[in-house]
Design a binder for this molecule. Structure first.
Ligand code: FES
Length: 66
């Protein structure tokens, strides 16, 4: 994952910002939206945001349970 890649153009939210939101406790797209604003304008990035949030939450949970 390139942390500098822009996922949401409207809000200029990077993959790294989404990871930070997940690492700070967000578990859902809605929570990540609340923290970063990603996907709250045109919605074109929502599919990508959702995929990323899912995989980052899974990664976070996997690293915590070990
Ligand atoms: S690109 Fe994310 S809301 Fe428009």
């Amino acid at each position: 994952m390139d942390p500098n890649r822009i996922i949401c153009n409207c809000q200029a939210v990077t993959a790294g910002a989404i990871k930070e939101a997940v690492d700070s406790g967000a578990d859902t797209v809605e929570e990540v939206q609340g923290i970063t604003g990603a996907g709250t304008v045109c919605g074109a990035c929502l599919e990508e945001v959702e995929k990323l949030v899912k995989s980052l939450v899974a990664q976070r949970n996997a690293s915590q349970s070990s």
